[in-house]
Design a binder for this molecule. Structure first.
Ligand code: ATP
Ligand code: MG
Length: 539
């Protein structure tokens, strides 16, 4: 846990990881609280699961522990054992957490799958992970093309279906007897697939220990979580590292109740309404969603929410959206950075004064993070290099599932290398420049898209911006911007010239986009990341 003392440097100096001999995520995030305070609320959800008209209901830690005990016993009776992969394809709900905890209690491996996945994405992950069981709902069943070999058990929360057993019948048959902590911190607990922004997604296998650094990391980014009245919410799918590891599990481990997102597509107005209605105090909202919320005028006056902390990650937030957050949400947006393989290691904390518009943040206390050159030596301040994390670190993954070469090439000596480029300033802030593959080479310069995109966002017409390199005979590449316009703006020659002139006043001459294309939608991963690779392929 983070000691709550001193300044940032004091925290860094005071930090030591102490891992227990026996450790299990389900025990930390659920059963420990259930034993201490069984009636304490763990979740709040709308009883009809919809956006409107349902009463808010609390689910206690005790109820969650009992549900997951019963499910664990029932899964064990069906032959699920330690090391088996159990895929979970469910929207934010009580059942998804009970499933995770049941799997952890058995020493099995949870494989979270996102609701936005289609047939092929699901089939790929079920096959690749060799899942023995799948826990899902009717919507998930409809997306199960053909059942991969080895998938012996399918459980449906909506009831018994052909080829699928009923979740509630299983739970009713299972005993409510707690299970001993069977795992050590290094034993595998869950496998999350990377977003697949740069290629085929890879299964990143994590040990139970992965939760411990997230608890202190989330506390850091949420300005010393937990505080009285704290209540957490994220619109992100809990299948993603951002939803699961950065939000729901650490919050529960710290005793902070989590508000369940009602079903349906993300809608900025509904998001603001939910903050007020469910008395949310802490949120994790990815940059893409914040940029959509930015289109809502005067949200605080209209909706009357009262936030204490806002965390964001997954893409660069940028100075523009940071400043919007301070004005419109009334708090500094604490950005943080990590990867599915090693998450999260850089963060901001406004309460400590570690918050700077346009910078991601500093190394989260407890993690050795640096910007390194190709030989693994730290770069001087201001020089572009790769973000790297010193090993060992409890937040690091165990390996990529069945991909030993990919695992080996993730390391350079003592460093885990991220493939992301940044520079560090004199004060130790990381400034994200772009992914290795997204860096543009033009007239001898190496240009990161992130800073150009941030300037483009400052133009009043721009809602979302993505910058890529377009092959060019003379300059190797030229900077090309793809833009989604805000409502009320139309593409035109004049607008192009105006945006180009605007960028030129703020950046070096070689950084302004020589070409601009307007698009209705950006190609995005299910985690809300712009896939610049696909934009490049169009050129
Ligand atoms: P794949 O590895 O399959 O190509 P991916 O890298 O997008 O997909 P994730 O692990 O979900 O999969 O995303 C991690 C990446 O997201 C980081 O490597 C980085 O490029 C980006 N990222 C995360 N947080 C930030 C941030 N605060 N600023 C900029 N980029 C970020
Ligand atoms: Mg990656």
């Amino acid at each position: 846990m983070l000691p709550r003392i001193g300044d940032y440097d004091g925290l860094v100096r005071a930090f030591r990881w102490r891992l227990p001999d026996r450790y299990n995520i389900a025990h930390h995030a659920c059963d420990a609280w259930a034993a201490r305070a069984p009636t304490r609320p763990a979740l709040y959800h709308r009883e009809n699961g919809l956006r409107e008209n349902g009463a808010w209901r609390a689910v206690s830690y005790g109820a969650l522990a009992a549900l997951s005990n019963r499910l664990a016993h029932a899964l064990a009776a069906k032959g699920i054992a330690s090391g088996d992969r159990v895929a979970i394809l469910l929207p934010q709900s009580v059942e998804v957490l009970a499933s995770h905890f049941a799997v952890y209690k058995l020493g099995a491996i949870a494989v979270p799958l996102a609701g936005a996945f289609g047939f092929e994405a699901i089939a790929y992950r079920l096959r690749d992970s060799g899942a023995r069981a799948l826990i899902t709902d009717d919507e998930g069943l409809a997306k199960l093309a053909d059942r991969p070999e080895g998938l012996g058990l399918v459980v449906c929360v909506d009831g018994a279906r052909p080829g699928a057993e009923s979740f509630s019948e299983l739970v009713a048959a299972g005993r409510d007897r707690s299970l001993p902590v069977v795992s050590s911190p290094d034993d595998p607990a869950l496998m999350i697939y990377t977003s697949g922004t740069t290629g085929q997604p890879k299964g990143a296998l994590h040990g139970h220990r992965v939760l411990l650094p997230h608890v202190s990391g989330v506390s850091f980014t949420h300005d010393f979580f937990p505080q009285p009245e704290d209540r957490m919410w994220t619109p992100s799918d809990w299948a993603w590292a951002g939803g699961l590891l950065n939000t729901v599990l650490p919050a529960l481990a710290l005793g902070v109740p989590v508000v369940v997102q009602p079903k349906g597509r993300f809608d900025p107005e509904a998001a603001f309404a939910l903050l007020a209605e469910a008395r949310v105090r802490n949120v994790f909202i990815p940059p893409t969603a914040l940029k959509m919320m930015r289109a809502v005028e005067r949200p605080k006056e209209r909706f009357g929410f009262d936030l204490r902390t806002v965390g964001t990650a997954g893409e660069a937030l940028g100075a523009e959206t940071f400043e919007w957050g301070r004005a419109a949400l009334g708090v500094a947006v604490n950005e943080f950075y990590g990867q599915t393989e090693c998450n999260y290691v850089i963060g901001s904390n406004a309460a400590l004064g570690v918050a700077r518009a346009g910078a991601t943040g500093k190394a989260v206390p407890g993690h050795g993070v640096a910007v390194i050159d190709a030989d693994g030596n730290p770069c001087p301040p201001g020089v572009m290099g790769q973000i790297a994390v010193r090993r060992p670190d409890p937040v690091m993954f165990l390996n990529y599932w069945n991909k030993p070469e990919a695992t080996a090439s993730k390391y350079l000596g003592e460093w885990l290398v991220t493939g992301d480029l940044a520079r560090m300033d004199e004060d130790g802030y990381f400034h994200f420049l772009g992914r290795d593959d997204d860096i543009i080479t033009s007239a001898g310069y190496r240009i990161g898209p992130a800073e150009i995109e941030d300037v483009l966002l400052r133009h009043p017409s721009v809602q979302i911006a993505a910058v890529v390199g377009k092959p060019d005979v003379l300059r190797t590449e030229i900077v090309k911007a793809f833009l989604v316009l805000r409502p009320g703006f139309e593409p035109s020659e004049e607008l192009v010239a105006d945006i180009q002139a605007f960028v030129r006043t703020q950046l070096a001459a070689y950084e302004y986009p020589r070409e601009i294309a307007f698009v209705d939608e950006m190609p995005m991963t299910t985690t809300g990341k712009v896939i610049r690779r696909l934009l490049r392929d169009r050129e």
